[in-house]
Design a protein around this ligand. Sequence first.
Ligand code: PLP
Length: 367
Amino acid sequence: MKRSWVEIDMRQICENARIYRSLLPEGAQIMAVVKADAYGHGDVEVSRALNAQGILLFAVSNLDEAMRLRENGVKGEILILGYTPVTELDRVLRYDVTQTILDEGYAAAALTVLGAKAGMMKAQAAIDTGMNRIGEDADDPEGCERFVRACAKKFHLTGIFTHLCVADTRDPESVAFTREQIRKFEQTADRVKDLELPYIHCMNSAGGLWHVSRCSRIARLGIILYGLKPDASNTLPAGIRPAMEWKSVVAMVKVIHSGETVGYGRTYKAHESREVATIPTGYADGYDRRLSNRGHVIIAGREAPVIGRVCMDQITADVTGMGVHPGDEVLLMGKDTLTADELARDLGTIGYEIVCGIGKRVTRYYV
Ligand SMILES: *Cc1c(COP(=O)(O)O)cnc(C)c1O
């Protein structure tokens, strides 16, 4: 049923991965970050397509996401980047996925519930180099080393990683901070070199392009896989492009007269006769309510301003003189114009939030 839907160009996602990979150092690998339903693009579909391209490393945010991928036949390593309640860790084992060990406290709690089975659970140790979110503090190199060695003893440890927090901005202070994060991470990696852990990684999308670590052979590729920018100031490599378009249809068109208002709160008032199109997509679909009287949509290549408030299930647009009819296709978010990054700029947010916010009731089509 075509009411509100997105069209996802899977070839573009694969092409983005290919181009990004070609810019990494020789021998480096991509870990595809497919959390949050692959940033709204469909985690199972994206992961399967990447499997077919030979990508065998994936990262998700939680156990439910990891299990979904396994249940749908996704191959390779699946790393849960965040918290899993320790009482669920038997399922991490059963589904052959990898759990991040957040810190020493988490390791101890995991051991208590897993007992002797802990040695079979794949795990990676988080190192905190400045994000101050998860991980053992890299400012204490001895403590960090002890943590990693303890993890290697107790779990089936396959790697260590850290997360960069300003790799996407190029001002000197951010660049210096990122270099320092990488230095701290490399120091820890060097101290545990003898463990020969296969997965040592510190780069996100931005890091992989603009900050390369000598000991990180893996880039955790998220937002750029989907053709969007980590930060509005970035220029993406040639050929990397958005893969998603969000569309809806004109449900009806009516004429309103001078003095009439549109929608809740009567926030739009006509000063002359206007043609108003009703479009069956609303904030419950993820169309941001802050676009009320502010955003625009595109119909047959022409911009139509959103007038009145965005409703839960519908929006209204001014289509005066555009010759618009019920059934006409409406572009809410595009690949070339009206992109997620452009919408994000208008809303004071990031493209990530726009694509992740597109709701479950918006049908995904793969083109
Ligand atoms: C989300 C996430 C990524 C991916 O970040 P992008 O900016 O989308 O590339 C990488 N690593 C961790 C730990 C994350 O949480």
